[in-house]
Design a protein around this ligand. Structure first.
Ligand SMILES: CC(C)(COP(=O)(O)OP(=O)(O)OC[C@H]1O[C@@H](n2cnc3c(N)ncnc32)[C@H](O)[C@@H]1OP(=O)(O)O)[C@@H](O)C(=O)NCCC(=O)NCCS
Length: 173
């Protein structure tokens, strides 16, 4: 598999909306804690072309797309200079989303995106990177632990009408 990472631009809004929607659906729709109505409310807003286009116009937000043999297979979204109160750094970079499509999971896409995320954090002289991960997302928690993230607190992730609990994890750079 030939894997390439590239920075997204405004022309990628549609493909990011498509793989954003699909990968979130694949990851969470079957989970018994998630009600289909809440999933739909959240996804319709979060993965609309308009929402992604707004992100792509925001100078504090950056997306990288992973392409496997030319096909969009995963992405990472990051945001500069925002943080939860438990995050101890000043110059922060949030890993807002990290997703591979189901058929590509376990093929190194998450790792490649994470290593590039760390590289950008170093290049932009961040002191701390952080993220939120659902309390029931054990696979992702284990993945992040492997990359050195540690829990510093919790926050609410609003899925439609359902206030869910995310763990907040951070890592010093
Ligand atoms: C989390 C996710 C991005 C990881 O990406 P991935 O492409 O599947 O992971 P990779 O194949 O790059 O694996 C990287 C390393 O982590 C390890 N790893 C991956 N998943 C793991 C798990 N559940 N437990 C332990 N190790 C794991 C791999 O073995 C690999 O280790 P190695 O480099 O020593 O071989 C991916 O599973 C995903 O998209 N999941 C669904 C969406 C999601 O939950 N996103 C996070 C939301 S917070």
């Amino acid at each position: 598999m030939n894997l390439q990472l590239r920075k997204a631009n405004l022309e990628d809004a549609e493909i990011l909306a498509k793989i954003g929607w699909q990968s979130f659906d694949e990851a969470f729709s079957d989970h018994p804690e998630n009600h289909p109505d809440d999933m739909k409310i959240y996804m319709d807003e979060a993965f609309s072309v308009e929402t992604i286009s707004d992100d792509l116009r925001d100078e504090k937000t950056l997306y990288l797309i992973a392409e496997a043999d030319g096909e969009a297979a995963g992405y990472v979204k990051m945001k500069f200079d925002v943080r939860e109160t438990c995050v101890s750094g000043e110059k922060t970079l949030e890993l807002c989303r990290l997703y591979a499509l189901d058929k590509f999971i376990g093929k190194g896409i998450g790792k490649s995106l994470m290593l590039e995320f760390f590289k950008i954090a170093e290049e932009t002289k961040r002191d701390t990177v952080w993220l939120g991960v659902w309390e029931y997302n054990y696979r992702a928690q284990e993945f992040y632990r492997k990359f050195g993230f540690e829990k510093c607190g919790e926050h609410v992730f609003q899925l439609g009408s359902d206030p869910q609990t995310d763990w907040v994890l951070q890592k010093k750079i």
